[in-house]
Design a protein around this ligand. Structure first.
Ligand code: 6R9
Length: 571
C-alpha cells in the first residue's frame, strides 16, 4: 500500500531537528527553565502563575480568556495570583494542609482555576471530577482518595453523596444558592473576606500535586497520582509539541476532569505564560468555529471525536469563519483517522498533529512534532528523553511491523508515581523496566508508531488480527458514515467476526442496499477479512467524556452482558 506523507509546513513553527535533539537530549537540561533550579523551592502554582505575575511585562497579560453561553471574563496573571492566594487562605482557615486531598466537582469557570491553584499553593493534592458525574461516581472517588474537602456548586449538590464519607470534612459551594445552609462554606463570601496575599507552601519535586481517577475495563476507577516534578515534561512538550510562543492564544478543548484538561489545559500553557482560552457549555460546530474566530486562537488542541463532527458539518460551515489566526492544530484521546487529516488540509490548510499519551504517563509520549513529516494514521515518534518500544508479554522488544504491547522504559519525569491506595495495581503495569500501556501497536522501519487498539479491543477473525481503528477509519471515509465503532463478536467458526456500529450523515437513510454498499467499500478499500460481516445503524455511538468510543460497552450491549463501570460515559 502506498503511504501518504505530509511534509512540515514552512512558516512560524519551531522546526527543531528531531533526530539531532534525540541524540543529545537529557531532561536535566530542561531544569534551567525553572526558578527551583536555583532556589531549590518548588510549587507548580508558582511556576505557572506567580512567576508571571511577578514579571512586570507579563503581570497584566490575560492569562484566562473565559467564555460560556451566559458569561465572559478575563483574568490576568496578576488576577489569577490574587484569586488563588485568596482561596489558599480560605483553605488554610478550614484546616487544609500539605498532602490533603481536595476535590473539584464543578464546571470549568474562572473560580475553578482560582480554586485549583489555591489547592496547589497550600501543598494539597487536587482531584478534578467531571461535572456530569452521577452520585455513585463521585462517592467512589471521594471514598478511595479520602478527600477532606469538596468544592462544588449548588446545582450539583444533588449528586454529592451525603453519607459514607467519613474523611470529608467540608463542602465549599461556588455560586448562588436559594437558601443558605450554614454547614457549607460559601465561596464568594469567604473570598470577599480573604486577603490576597499568602505564603506559598514550598514542596519537594516528588510531593503530590494531582489525583486523576480513570476507569479501566474492570473494577473501580483508579486514582492516578502525579507529583510536581511532572512540570519538566509539561514545559518541554509545551515548547516542542504545542509549539507555544508567548504571544499565542491557545485553546485546549478538554475538561480538567480528563488529564488533557490539566496537563495541557492548565500546566503546559501557563508554564509558558500564554493566554489560555476556556470555553464552557456544549459542543456545536458553529460555537467551536466561533470560539476560534472570536478569540483569534493560534494554537488549538482538540480530539478526534470533535474533529469528526466538524468534518460531518462540512466545508460550508468552516468557510463561514475567519480562522486566519490559527497556525497549529493537535489531537489526542483516540486514533486520528487519516480522513480527518486530509480534511484538515483542505478546511484549515494545516496539518493536524496527533499525540499519544495516557493519564498514567502524565504528558506526551509519542507525537507528531511540527518539524516532522506526518504519516496519516501514525501517532508519530517518541519524545527526546523517552524510550518507547513494542514488546511481547515477557518484555522482549519486537521487530518492525510486529504487533505487540506499546511500552515505555520507566523513569520519565511526568510518570505517575502511584495508584492511590493500590500498590498491587501500580506494580501490575510493569514488565521488568517497561511500563506496559495496554495499547497494541507496531513500529515501522523509520520508527513511526502505529496504533492498533486497546489490547482488549483487538479483533481476531479467522486467525487474522484486525485493529478496530483501521476499520472505523475506512468506514468514515464513506460519504454516508459520520461515526463508527467496531467490535469483535464471538463466532463459532471464525473465533470472532467484525461487527460495526455506525451513525449516518444528514441526508442518508438506513437500508439494506446502503449497508451492502458500505461493506463493499471496506472490503475493496481495506481487505475482505476486515469488512464488517454485521453492520448496524445507530443514532449515536457511546463515548467517554474524553471522546473515546466505548467499544467495551458496544460489546456488552451486543452480547447482553453486564456493562461494568459506565461513570465516564457521555450522556
Ligand atoms: C491522554 C489520554 C489513554 C488511552 C490510550 C489510548 C487512547 C490516547 C491516542 C490514543 C490512539 C492517540 N489514546 N491518545 N489512541 N491515538 N493519539 O487520552 O489519556 O484518557 O488516560 O486515555 O487513550 O488507548 O491508552 P487517557
Amino acid at each position: 500500500m502506498e503511504m501518504k506523507k505530509i511534509s512540515p509546513r514552512e512558516g512560524n513553527h519551531n522546526l527543531k531537528d528531531y533526530n539531532r535533539m534525540k541524540e543529545s537530549f537529557t531532561w536535566e537540561s530542561i531544569k534551567a527553565n525553572f526558578s527551583w533550579f536555583e532556589t531549590g523551592k518548588v510549587n507548580m502554582a508558582y511556576e505557572a502563575v506567580d512567576r508571571h505575575a511577578d514579571n512586570p511585562n507579563k503581570s497584566n497579560q490575560t492569562a484566562l480568556l473565559f467564555s460560556s453561553p451566559d458569561r465572559e471574563e478575563k483574568l490576568t496573571f496578576n488576577d489569577l495570583r490574587h484569586e488563588s492566594n485568596k482561596f489558599a487562605n480560605v483553605l488554610r482557615k478550614y484546616g487544609i494542609k500539605k498532602g490533603d486531598r481536595v476535590f473539584l466537582f464543578m464546571p470549568r469557570t474562572p473560580e475553578f482555576y482560582a480554586a485549583f491553584f489555591g489547592i496547589l499553593k497550600v501543598g494539597a493534592i487536587a482531584g478534578p471530577l467531571f461535572e456530569a458525574f452521577m452520585e455513585q461516581a463521585v462517592r467512589d472517588r471521594l471514598q478511595d482518595s479520602e478527600a477532606k474537602m469538596l468544592i462544588t456548586t449548588p446545582d450539583l449538590l444533588g449528586r454529592v453523596p451525603q453519607a459514607d464519607l467519613p474523611a470529608l470534612e467540608k463542602i465549599v459551594l461556588v455560586g448562588n444558592y436559594k437558601e443558605k445552609v450554614e454547614s457549607y462554606i460559601h465561596y464568594h463570601e469567604e473570598m470577599k473576606a480573604a486577603s490576597d496575599q499568602t505564603e506559598m507552601e514550598w514542596v519537594d519535586l516528588e510531593d503530590g500535586m494531582l489525583l486523576h481517577y480513570t476507569s479501566g475495563s474492570t473494577g473501580k476507577p483508579k486514582g492516578v497520582y502525579h507529583v510536581h516534578h511532572a512540570m519538566i515534561q509539561h514545559y518541554a512538550t509545551g515548547d516542542w509539541v504545542l509549539d507555544l510562543k508567548e504571544d499565542d492564544i491557545y485553546w485546549c478543548t478538554a475538561d480538567p476532569g480528563w488529564v488533557t484538561g490539566t496537563s495541557y489545559g492548565i500546566f503546559a500553557p501557563w508554564l509558558h505564560g500564554v493566554t489560555n482560552v476556556v470555553r464552557g457549555g456544549r459542543f456545536t460546530p458553529d460555537d467551536w468555529y466561533h470560539t476560534l474566530e472570536k478569540n483569534s486562537v493560534s494554537v488549538w488542541y482538540t480530539a478526534p471525536t470533535a474533529l469528526r463532527k466538524l468534518v460531518s458539518a462540512g466545508k460550508e460551515t468552516v468557510e463561514k469563519y475567519d480562522l486566519s489566526a490559527l497556525r497549529h492544530i493537535l489531537s489526542v484521546g483516540e486514533p486520528l483517522n487519516p480522513e480527518v487529516i486530509s480534511w484538515g488540509l483542505k478546511a484549515f490548510h494545516l496539518r493536524i498533529h496527533d499525540t499519544w499519551w495516557m493519564t498514567e504517563t502524565g504528558a506526551h509520549i509519542i507525537v507528531n512534532f511540527p518539524s516532522m513529516e506526518i504519516r496519516p494514521g501514525s501517532m508519530g515518534k517518541p519524545l527526546p528523553g523517552i524510550e518507547a518500544s513494542i514488546v511481547d508479554n515477557e518484555g522482549n522488544e519486537l521487530a518492525p511491523y510486529q504487533m505487540g504491547n506499546l511500552a515505555i522504559k520507566k523513569g520519565w519525569p511526568s510518570m505517575m508515581r502511584a495508584i492511590w491506595n493500590n500498590p498491587g495495581k501500580f506494580e501490575s503495569y510493569f514488565i521488568q523496566d517497561w511500563y506496559v500501556s495496554g495499547d497494541s501497536a507496531y513500529k515501522d522501519e523509520d520508527g513511526y508508531f502505529w496504533f492498533q487498539g486497546r489490547l482488549d479491543d483487538v479483533i481476531n477473525t479467522s486467525g487474522e488480527r484486525v485493529g478496530p481503528f483501521e476499520v472505523e477509519s475506512k468506514l468514515i471515509e464513506h460519504p454516508a458514515v459520520a461515526e463508527a465503532g467496531v467490535i469483535g463478536k464471538p463466532h463459532p467458526e471464525r473465533g470472532e467476526i467484525v461487527k460495526a456500529f455506525i451513525t449516518l450523515n444528514e441526508g442518508y437513510k438506513d437500508s439494506e442496499a446502503l449497508r451492502q454498499e458500505i461493506r463493499q467499500f471496506v472490503k475493496t478499500g481495506l481487505s475482505a477479512h476486515a469488512a464488517p460481516r454485521e453492520l448496524e445503524v445507530k443514532d449515536s455511538i457511546p463515548k467517554t467524556r474524553s471522546g473515546k468510543i466505548m467499544r467495551r460497552l458496544l460489546k456488552s450491549w451486543e452480547l447482553g452482558l453486564p456493562t461494568g463501570d459506565t461513570s465516564t460515559l457521555e450522556e
